[in-house]
Design a protein around this ligand. Structure first.
Ligand code: SF4
Ligand code: SF4
Length: 382
């Protein structure tokens, strides 16, 4: 890489500080698969193809004795690839959340999912931000949570935006920044003072922008403390062992990890830990949109994680992020799969095969028309 390359400072750090201990490789199925060595990675051309198979999970950063981050290197490489047209990113426009129609908004439209009756995007001091995945695949949880929150909050609105994460993950940096700026403007216009997050990805993605405003971000667990949800354990939960898949963006702060464990205990569940949890949690296989770039690797990650979960002997595998739950639902195992809000609100749902079923919107002649609609016009480059 040339010295004028925007990746150079990151490459120089790795060249200078890497002690070749291989901890990052030992913990990462992707680095093992591509046979990557950090020093070699930064010695040649920017590793564009490898960058798009990184799940951006940050585990390499957590285990590196020199505090190096391949996640940062691969994020910057993705941005470089988009800027220099080293990747045809427009081929992936079906998942851009800032387009009028994308795969999730189309799915909601075709399923007739609307939230207009939940004070949607209205002026209010308190707002619930469920994130795209929950809005799309679990209206039951969105409505269940909203109703509980409403019981303790006079003013409450539902915000139906994406957090912008897919844009940033794909390397569309300026587009992602614009999306966040527009969202910030919207929240300020609606006079939001407190924003309630159920998804760790959304929480950490918007945290820096919210710090520039007076808006206070809180977790769903903190918000539910003011309702009757966590007031007492349920008799039927006693003796049920749950294992928790922690979210990658929470690995350093561990806010969701600790509050989730506390809430589950308050509801009467026992907790069994997997081999990798909290700061050493591993990706579910959907991080960094890796399912779109290396589906085999993504599938292997699902297998590895489900093996760990089953090995705990727990009856239930749960997660704070519905994208992780849906990804685990691609395989059938002798362990029940539930989002943490299913357990806390006592709303049972079956997430097995939901992702495969959702792809049916692209099946047959109608499906072809849906695909054409999503991919209708090309986007201008960044
Ligand atoms: S961020 Fe995760 S997938 Fe990417 S290199 Fe690090 S450990 Fe591997
Ligand atoms: S863990 Fe850090 S120091 Fe060790 S090989 Fe990886 S990048 Fe180098």
């Amino acid at each position: 890489m040339s010295s004028s390359d925007p990746l150079s400072p990151l490459c120089e750090d790795i060249n200078r500080e890497c002690i070749g201990c291989n901890q990052c490789v030992d913990h990462c199925p992707m680095l093992q698969k591509v046979g990557a060595d950090p020093i070699e990675l930064v010695s040649g051309e920017p590793p564009v193809a490898i960058a798009y198979t990184c799940s951006l999970c940050g585990l390499c950063e957590a285990v590196c004795p020199s505090n190096l981050s391949l996640k940062k290197l691969f994020t910057a490489t993705r941005e470089y690839a988009v800027e220099t047209s080293h990747i045809a990113i427009n081929e992936y426009r079906y998942m851009f959340p800032d387009r009028p129609v994308n795969v999730l908004s189309l799915y909601r439209e075709l399923c007739g999912l609307r939230y207009d009756d939940l004070s949607l995007n209205e002026e209010s001091s308190v707002a619930f931000f469920p994130g795209c995945t929950l809005l799309t695949y679990s209206p039951e949880l969105v409505r269940g949570v909203f109703s509980k929150l409403k019981s303790s909050t006079e003013e409450l609105t539902l915000i139906d935006n994406c957090c912008s994460l897919p844009l940033h993950q794909l390397g569309l940096k300026s587009r992602g920044e614009k999306y966040i700026n527009d969202l910030k403007g919207k929240l300020e216009k609606l006079k939001i003072e407190t924003l309630i997050f159920s998804c760790p990805n959304c929480y950490y993605q918007l945290l820096p922008a919210l710090k520039e405003t007076g808006i206070r971000p809180i977790t769903i667990f903190e918000a539910l403390e003011n309702t009757d949800v966590l007031a007492q354990p349920l008799e039927k939960n006693k003796g049920i062992k749950v294992t928790i898949h922690d979210s990658c963006p929470d690995r350093f702060e561990r806010i969701f990890a600790s509050e989730a464990r506390k809430a589950l205990r308050q509801k009467g569940f026992d907790i069994d830990e997997m081999e990798h949890s909290q700061n050493l949690t591993v990706c579910c296989g959907s991080g960094g949109q890796v399912t779109h770039f290396d589906p085999d690797l993504a599938e292997q990650m699902v297998t590895n994680r489900l093996d760990e979960a089953v090995n705990t002997g727990a009856q239930v595998l749960t997660a704070n992020c519905l994208a992780c739950v849906l990804n685990f639902g691609k395989q059938t195992r002798p362990i029940k799969l539930q989002h943490i809000l299913n357990l806390l609100l006592d709303i049972d749902q079956d997430f097995t095969g939901v992702k495969a079923k959702s792809k049916m919107i692209f099946a047959g002649p109608e499906g072809e028309k849906n695909w054409e609609r999503i991919m209708a016009e090309e986007d201008k480059p960044e």
